[in-house]
Design a protein around this ligand. Structure first.
Ligand code: MGD
Ligand code: MGD
Ligand code: MGD
Ligand code: 6MO
Length: 781
């Protein structure tokens, strides 16, 4: 049925909103009146539906269509596409799924398919893909994510939990009790705009309340961030990738000056005695003094000492973002931060300790006690732990090692104490992610992709990933279908009906319908849908929540009333408003032990010691990364930092009108310090070429003193736009920074990505400027 004109309440990664529909067209987007801090990106959300980059029809790469799987793989990315019918496209997919399984077995297909998709408990395209694959047989899956790959593996050894996706000591407690708020490598004003589900933006009133108290904030970041300006904070700019050294310098000062909390270390931690000889230099002859640290991180020794004294003299919250662990040896960063917090002895006290999620999805937004919505499952065997650590499928790889897998089938890899072998993958099926934006070392990846016989992608826009595929299927945006989702990643304050706003454009179909059709062709339709329609599923999830709520004596309206109104709210509780992380553990470490082997915070890990990895020692350690600014292996003079963009979510919305708010000379902006620009004859607004041994890209220069000398910044998520697709080292006309990053694991422990490890150089671009082509559809499409 056609969608009626009028106002429709719906929601997205950027927040909940009301859509105005006229003559079947979505014309206006208005933030929900309950959103305390709507994101300016909502404008791009509307535009994404009508963007010129939409995939309109099922398309197949010409050489593939004419000559079959494995045909001229080296021209993937440059061939044109041919429009086919849905029937023809799905027959091709089904035939290929069968052929690969029969020829190569269950490990022939990779469906690990990571990415930020869209929220919604039913149209979770990655679960839908795995569900289709699990019912059919088996496949290669992935573990982990690109966000917190290092910390989510090390933190369970240290704190007994993931830490990165958990509720923080709430903002009202911070405003009342914290005397010094430290932001160590994070930009919460920018990154809290979005949520994995539907953001409540509760961090913004929280940050405002803290700012209103006038208490000090310190930002430790190579960039003077928006958050630094918002809080009018002190800006300290170490060299990137050297934070462990800086933290060791602070720790050494605390110890030397007896400012550390020996009682806390005794009662709540394990292994400080084994870390101490390293700190003092007794074990390796190198005392980790402030002077030693200053040599590495470039923050003066006096400043490092001052920070130690300041942290110890106040109720201090050490908050940290995740870029620090998206670097070589990234496991060490938060381990050392936790160690520092242990020495300060404030973990579990109101407003003290450390927090790894204040910058993300509004960690610290006070919680409600509503029910938790279930969602469509991937149909695999249930395992302990969370979805992103699920081990199902015939084999599982740490997801950032996907190119290693393609290059080295049969070779061994380490992961968190186990050694496994890479499978020999011939087919990749990707939905809801953009690996040609998110993965590192683009040229290496382009080459590895050529090994594949078949690549299938569903998306609603012509991302580089779609352009490098063989079969491309047009998915709907979440605004062209119905769904249901929770509001507030940490607060869970409401359940929202994500209502369809407009009918599917062109020939787009939902991933649910596409996988239902594929399952039907495989004879598995009933198992896939369980006989339920879109609305049956949504109603089922809601009614499951209703049962939970009634067990807690919470009233919820019936489904029809909920769907009609659009949402149901759950009040923030007294407990939610006063939550202090680790208060229970501090109260009674014997009755409330952590989930570590000792039940205590592990500054030394016997388990990690047993693994014997030389790139991940058993206590926090400073190690030289493979390359860094002024480091021993520095072949280029500048560090490239690859922050998350203010004006989009990764690569999402890059294809929209929002681009006009941030591009420079029509390209991704490159922040460069005034001194570095002057030395290269670069002026504000110039087109520059960023290059190293791995690749090259164009960008538009923003010359500023808000970045430290020696560092440039190009945000991740710019669409890859090779001038010569498929050619090694092709110039990128628009600005995908992953042309220059390294593709190695953080260490043998977590094997996470190192997207923030890259050094390069920049020059003013003087050649003929290539046109940006990636924001229009490919020929014939
Ligand atoms: P997105 O742009 O969100 O990035 O990487 P991704 O999550 O892959 O890609 C999501 C894709 O899903 C988009 O193309 C969108 O159009 C599509 N999509 C959305 N909804 C649907 C749907 O319903 N169906 C289908 N079929 N498709 C849909 C993000 C990743 O990038 C992350 S999380 C991090 S933390 C990393 N950050 C990072 C960095 O800091 N530095 C460097 N150098 N690289 C990085 N890469 C990583
Ligand atoms: P980043 O922008 O990579 O974000 O959240 P983070 O990983 O925390 O890095 C945060 C800050 O760290 C930056 O200001 C950067 O300058 C600084 N930094 C970089 N290297 C170093 C270093 O070596 N030392 C120090 N001290 N600081 C350093 C990412 C999070 O954000 C994630 S994972 C996702 S998936 C979401 N992505 C996202 C988005 O794409 N857009 C917007 N607007 N919000 C987002 N929020 C989420
Ligand atoms: P679900 O897939 O619904 O979670 O991510 P979603 O994709 O919405 O999975 C919910 C649970 O069901 C998981 O524990 C999963 O293992 C289990 N499950 C899956 N299939 C089956 C099955 O067939 N049978 C049974 N019994 N159980 C099954 C939500 C999740 O995503 C959440 S809540 C968070 S906080 C994480 N957030 C997050 C993030 O912020 N960034 C990135 N990049 N990834 C994230 N992943 C996590
Ligand atoms: Mo992430």
């Amino acid at each position: 049925a056609a969608v009626a004109d009028g106002e429709v309440f719906s929601a997205s990664h950027w927040g909940a909103f009301t859509a105005t529909v006229q003559d079947g067209q979505w014309t206006k987007i208005t933030p929900w009146e309950k959103d305390p801090h709507p994101s300016h990106q909502l404008e791009g959300v509307l535009d994404s539906v009508y963007s010129p980059t939409r995939i309109k029809y099922p398309m197949v790469r010409r050489a593939y269509l004419e000559n079959g799987p494995g045909s001229s793989n080296e021209t993937r990315g440059q061939d044109d596409f041919v429009r086919v019918s849905w029937d023809e496209a799905l027959e091709l997919v089904v035939k290929e799924l069968k052929r690969v399984e029969e020829t190569y077995g269950p490990t022939g297909t990779y469906a690990g398919s990571y990415g930020w998709k869209s929220p919604g408990k039913l149209h979770n395209c990655q679960n839908l893909l795995r569900r289709m694959m699990n019912i059919k047989g088996n496949f290669v899956n992935s573990a982990g994510d690109y966000s917190t790959g290092a910390s989510q593996v090390i933190m369970p050894h240290v704190m007994g939990t993931l830490e990165v996706y958990e509720q923080q000591t709430v903002w009202p407690v911070i405003a009342e009790h914290t005397e010094l708020f430290v932001i160590w490598g994070a930009d919460p004003m920018v990154t809290n705009q979005i949520g994995w589900i539907i953001p409540d933006h509760g961090a913004y009133p929280g940050m405002q309340a803290f700012k209103d108290t006038g208490k000090p904030v310190i930002c430790i970041d190579p960039v003077r961030t928006e958050s630094c300006d918002f809080f009018d904070a002190e800006w300290i700019a170490p060299k990137p990738q050297t934070d462990v050294a800086m933290m060791l310098g602070i720790a050494h000062t605390l110890y030397e000056e007896k400012l550390h909390d020996a009682d806390f270390l005794d009662e709540y931690t394990f292994g400080f005695d084994k870390f101490l000889p390293y700190l003092t230099g007794e074990s390796d002859g190198v005392p980790k003094t402030a002077e030693w640290a200053a040599e590495i991180c470039s923050v003066p020794a006096d400043k490092i000492k001052e920070l130690a004294r300041l942290f110890a003299s106040k109720r201090t919250m050490l908050s940290s973002g995740w870029s620090l662990q998206r670097q070589h040896h990234g496991e060490q960063r938060h381990w050392m931060l936790v160690t520092l917090a242990c020495m300060l002895g404030q973990i579990g006290l109101p407003g003290g300790g450390f927090g790894l999620s204040y910058h993300y999805s509004s960690g610290g937004s006070p919680g409600a006690s509503g029910p938790v919505l279930s969602g469509i499952t991937d149909g695999g065997k249930a395992v302990d732990g969370a979805a992103w650590l699920t081990e199902s499928g015939a084999a599982t790889i740490p997801l950032a090692r996907v190119v290693d897998m393609l290059e080295g089938p049969g070779s061994d890899f380490n992961f968190n104490g186990k050694t496994q072998k890479y499978p020999d993958v011939k087919m990749v099926y990707w939905v809801g992610g953009n690996p040609f934006a998110h993965h590192q070392d683009r040229n290496r990846m382009v080459k590895a992709w050529q090994k594949l016989e078949t690549v299938v992608v569903h998306d609603f826009q012509w991302t580089a990933t779609a352009r490098f595929a063989d079969i491309v299927l047009p998915a709907t945006t979440s605004y062209e279908r119905n769904d249901i989702e929770q509001y507030g990643d940490y607060s869970l304050k409401a359940i929202i009906g994500m209502k369809k706003i407009v009918d599917p454009l062109f020939e787009a179909r939902s991933d649910f319908d596409i996988f239902t059709d594929i399952s039907a062709r495989l004879g598995n339709e009933r198992a896939f849908t369980e006989g339920k329609t879109e609305l049956d599923w949504i109603k089922g999830f809601y009614e499951g929540a209703e049962k939970q709520a009634s067990a807690k004596n919470t009233e919820m309206p019936d489904f029809d009333a909920f769907w009609d109104k659009g949402y149901v709210e759950f009040p923030v509780t007294e407990e939610g408003r006063n939550y202090v992380r680790y208060a229970d553990f501090r109260e009674d470490p014997l009755l409330e032990p952590l989930g570590t082997p000792s039940g205590l915070i592990e500054i030394y890990s016997n388990n990690i010691e047993k693994m014997g990895y030389d790139d991940c020692p058993p206590h926090p350690t400073w190690m030289e990364p493979v390359e860094r600014l002024d480091g021993p292996n520095a072949k280029f003079p500048l560090h490239v930092t690859t922050s998350h963009p203010r004006g989009r979510l990764h690569s999402q919305l890059n294809g929209t009108v929002l681009r006009k708010t941030y591009t420079v000379a029509d390209r991704e902006p490159c922040l460069i310090n005034t001194e570095d620009a002057a030395a290269r004859g670069i002026a504000d607004g110039d087109i520059v070429r960023i290059f190293n041994d791995r690749g090259q890209l164009l960008a538009g220069a923003t010359v500023t003193d808000a970045i430290r000398p020696g560092v440039i910044r190009v945000c991740e998520g710019g669409w890859y736009d090779p001038v010569e697709p498929g050619t090694d080292g092709s110039l990128d006309a628009y600005g995908d920074v992953n042309n220059v990053t390294v593709d190695i694991g953080t260490s043998s422990l977590a094997q996470a990505n190192c997207g923030h490890t890259a050094i390069a150089d920049v020059e003013k671009f003087t050649g003929e400027v290539p046109a940006v082509k990636v924001f229009s559809t490919p020929a014939n499409a």
